[in-house]
Design a protein around this ligand. Structure first.
Ligand SMILES: [Fe+2]
Length: 212
């Protein structure tokens, strides 16, 4: 069986309805208020019970939202995932993770990397932001508005966010919809990674590109 391990990332705007966004935000708010905050700097640390703060990436991470998200929200994303999938085994949702990057947690940073583990499809959903922080996949830049998604294979496609300072009050919140991928695990393309690091280190971010 030959797998095409990469996919063409695509930005889709206006993903959820207004009502659906309110439902998602309510779930996030109730989970944020019911869990406690712990500090752990390991990017691959798994903790479904607590909110994990990472100073070095300038964010908080909350896992396990697949257990509390309304079914119809998950169904909508699963249907979208199916339209992207090129393999013969349907993608299976294994996790929904909330991320909030904010200067108050450290310096928001996400340099070029390939994810560890076996996630075959990642759908980044941007729910809220007070600034833009472009996502790059395989050298292509995506300026995501709120309520948009970008999907890619995070274990096989180098990805990062623009290297830029955050000011007080600037933040970006995302949900990661993580799907298992049969037979897929991390594969680093050293040439692509080198190119990505060059872009990361030389791309000049312009504050006038801010949307607010
Ligand atoms: Fe990643």
């Amino acid at each position: 069986m030959v797998y095409n391990y990469r996919m063409t990332p695509k930005l889709v705007e206006d993903f959820f309805t207004k009502e659906e966004i309110e439902e998602i935000k309510a779930v996030i708010a109730s989970q944020l208020s019911s869990k406690s905050m712990v500090n752990n700097e390991d990017q691959n640390f798994v903790d479904q019970n607590n909110i994990v703060q990472q100073d070095h990436t300038g964010r908080i991470v909350m896992q396990g939202l697949q257990h509390v998200m309304p079914k119809h929200i998950i169904t909508k994303m699963n249907r979208f995932a199916l339209t992207l999938w090129e393999y013969n085994v349907a993608p299976e949702l294994v996790g929904i993770t909330y991320n909030n990057w904010n200067k108050k947690y450290g310096h928001p940073t996400l340099p070029p990397h390939y994810d560890k583990g076996s996630i075959g499809l990642l759908i980044d959903y941007q729910i809220d932001s007070t600034t833009n922080w472009d996502l790059w996949v395989d050298g292509e830049r995506f300026s995501m508005p709120d309520n948009s998604v970008v999907a890619f294979v995070p274990t096989r496609q180098v990805h990062w966010r623009t290297h830029r300072p955050f000011e007080d009050g600037e933040e970006v919140s995302l949900l990661f919809f993580e799907y298992s991928g049969e037979g897929i695990s991390q594969k680093i393309d050293t040439e692509q990674l080198k190119k990505a690091n060059t872009i990361y280190n030389t791309y000049t971010w312009r504050p006038e590109g801010k949307r607010y």
